[in-house]
Design a protein around this ligand. Sequence first.
Ligand code: PLP
Length: 429
Amino acid sequence: MAEQHPHIDTLCLTAGWTPKNGEARQLPIYQSTTFKYESTEQMARLFDLAESGYFYSRLANPTCDAVAAKITKLEGGAAGLLTSSGQAANFFAVFNICNAGDHFIATNGIYGGTFNLFAVTLKKMGIDCTFVSLDATDEEIQAAFHPNTKLVFSETVTNPGCRVCDIERWAGFAHANGVPLVVDNTFPTPVNCRPIEWGADIVTHSTTKYLDGQGRCVGGCVIDSGKFDWSAHADKFPGLTQPDESYHGLVYTEAFGAAAYLVKIVAQLQRDFGCCQSPQNAFLLDNGIETLHLRMERHVHNARRIVDFLKNNPQVAWVNYAGDKDSQDYTLAQKYLPNGSCGVLCFGLKDKSRETAVRFLDALRLISIATHVADAKSCVLHPASHTHRQLSDEQLEAAGIPVDLIRLSIGIENADDLIADLEQAFQQL
Ligand code: PLP
């Protein structure tokens, strides 16, 4: 009989923590900074990476590891790590293989915080990023690669523009140029898209969003597919394929195989930067993931209702929702997001002024103004007045974010109540 693989709904509940006979059925919180050993020899082997085990929670903690293992399983990866935030996850994903003097490519329209990390902060560290439009031609994409290019980065569904990345296409370009594709899969979550199945090599998340789903814990994760062959491009990735003097000359690809990239993040970046998640937050995150499959279904259902309402409203100029049949990326959404994308959508008012957008937001009652997306409670944001306010109109345009764009993150409340709230706000304009 063929082996039965559990569905993702089941994995949301069962993956990660597998209690042995008599152990706690629920994931325990290992609220401990340190772990005890009986001999110097045992501890020394851990410090040499010659054995796996716990010694200090900045590097690894059993609660955090169980949750990382759950997300790894959901994404179909080989190894995973929780980080203190989504920002830390994307920073680690890039900095693990880019040094000063290196270059990478990111698609534009990505989350403002990630854009700033790549365009400003990494630049100060000597790492250059070229932003390329998701609509770029093959020639334009290829022209962005240089001999020192080390990776390509994209978001499955962009925040805030709700554009869909053609993952297979970008993976094709990355691989043809000997580098991995990193995909931030925060918006669809593995319930609605598993980028590794489409060729992504590394997946990141802001677990602060749908994975937690309760708006309670800032967090992130990096998941390694284990599929990228670093040794086949050894000259590009010396940090993985040449001896690490801080671990007695250990070579990550030789010692850890499919987990090389992930072990290097833990051993070097988590050690030196300390962007670890607390076990308490990891426990709450796990709690959230247990209902992820149910929540995503409701987010999609509600978002579709709101999209229909907005499209029929005479005060609305345009609506974009990844998966809507009138959206620019409908064909891509059908391919990558057949069960729906998420609860995030964006739209613009016919009156494009920043003032009117702000008046509309201020008139909402149930839907709150929050610098957040993707949790159980609906919220709204005007990027030009909030998250992206440091960008000029021209920079906004270049980043693929129109000045009039209003982002709605639709939660799991009753859709009729959400529509009533929008209706009364439109009446006040
Ligand atoms: N990636 C995406 C797609 C995001 O939307 C965000 C935050 O909004 C981040 C990364 C950063 O995550 P965090 O706020 O957890 O640092």
